[in-house]
Design a protein around this ligand. Structure first.
Ligand code: SF4
Length: 300
């Protein structure tokens, strides 16, 4: 059994491979559905995912110009979603004024894909903003590195509704932090007047609905682009030569607590508790992110 020819890699499928080769094999090659939840209590986990989905939907409406009162009325009675929404619309970085900045284009829920090896890699961006690049403006020094004033400064925003804010080092190595800017540099020319984005024109920002004043910024660079291209190509080459034998299970059994295949792999029956995720990361330096983004991309 191998991946279908039409398979498109994404940050979440590649993250699955990096976290556990067996999980990748079960989910994407064998396409095994397994009736288990990622975390307990199941009801709380489901509610948490629903809120993540609803928040992304509302943010999309916001950038499409739907009246804010109309959007806010959808969350009446839900204290958590109301708080997230207030944080979002009140954000000093991209509050209500942002869509009215004349030199700024806002592109919500945009998809990009590009060939890599024998496959394609795709990403679904929550929001991409394009700001006209001017000689007199400064954005992490790009104007010192390019003589061409044309084109845009591109900012990739990703909304995170996770219960905690991960450490920067962990985020740096996430496949999402590598795939999203890489793909924009590789496949975004139609958004940049026909010219490829220089990596230095790109920045990625994670914005946390419960930590609105602490966005995580990741400016991109040519060096990082080259490293990402080599790394992603290597991962995809490894996956292409996976045989039919069972792939190895992760050595870090803590991952299995929050994986639906745990009983199939004889790694326990009960799901890990939702509220243990924060304790684990504090005490053991182990990060798990149960996030709506992963589900959205798997379905994509
Ligand atoms: S239960 Fe553990 S070993 Fe099995 S697929 Fe999930 S993470 Fe991998």
């Amino acid at each position: 059994m191998s991946l279908p020819d039409s398979f498109q890699f994404s940050q979440s499928s590649l993250q699955d491979y990096v976290d556990c080769k067996r999980r990748f094999q079960l989910r994407y090659i064998q396409q095994r559905a397994w009736p288990a939840v990622e975390a307990e209590p199941a009801k709380d986990n489901e509610l948490y995912m629903q809120r993540g989905s609803q928040f992304h939907h509302m943010a999309h409406q916001y950038w499409l110009g739907v009246d804010n009162e109309k959007i806010a009325s959808q969350v009446e009675g839900d204290e958590v979603l109301s708080r997230w929404w207030e944080n979002f619309t009140g954000s000093k970085d991209f509050g209500r004024a942002m869509p009215n900045i004349p030199s700024l284009k806002t592109l919500p829920e945009i998809n990009l894909s590009a060939p890599i090896g024998d496959f394609r890699i795709m990403a679904k961006y929550d929001l991409l903003t394009l700001k006209t690049l001017r000689v007199s403006e400064s954005n992490h020094g790009i104007n010192n590195q390019t003589e061409d004033p044309k084109g845009f400064v591109a900012t990739i925003y990703d909304w995170k509704t996770s219960r905690k804010q991960p450490k920067r080092e962990w985020l740096t190595h996430r496949l999402q932090t590598r795939v999203y800017p890489y793909l924009l540099a590789k496949a975004g020319s139609q958004l940049n007047d026909g010219a490829e984005f220089k990596p230095e024109q790109i920045e990625m920002i994670y914005w946390y609905s419960d930590f609105p004043d602490q966005p995580a910024h990741f400016p991109y660079s040519k060096k990082q682009f080259d490293e990402d291209e080599a790394y992603l190509s290597q991962l995809i080459s490894e996956i292409q030569i996976m045989g039919n034998a069972d792939a190895p299970l992760t050595e870090d059994e803590r991952r299995c607590k929050f994986c639906v295949y745990r009983s199939l792999c004889n790694r326990g029956i009960e799901a890990g508790p939702l509220n243990e995720i924060d304790d684990l990361s504090e005490a053991e330096g182990f990060e798990v992110e149960l996030d709506f983004d992963d589900i959205a991309e798997i379905e994509y």
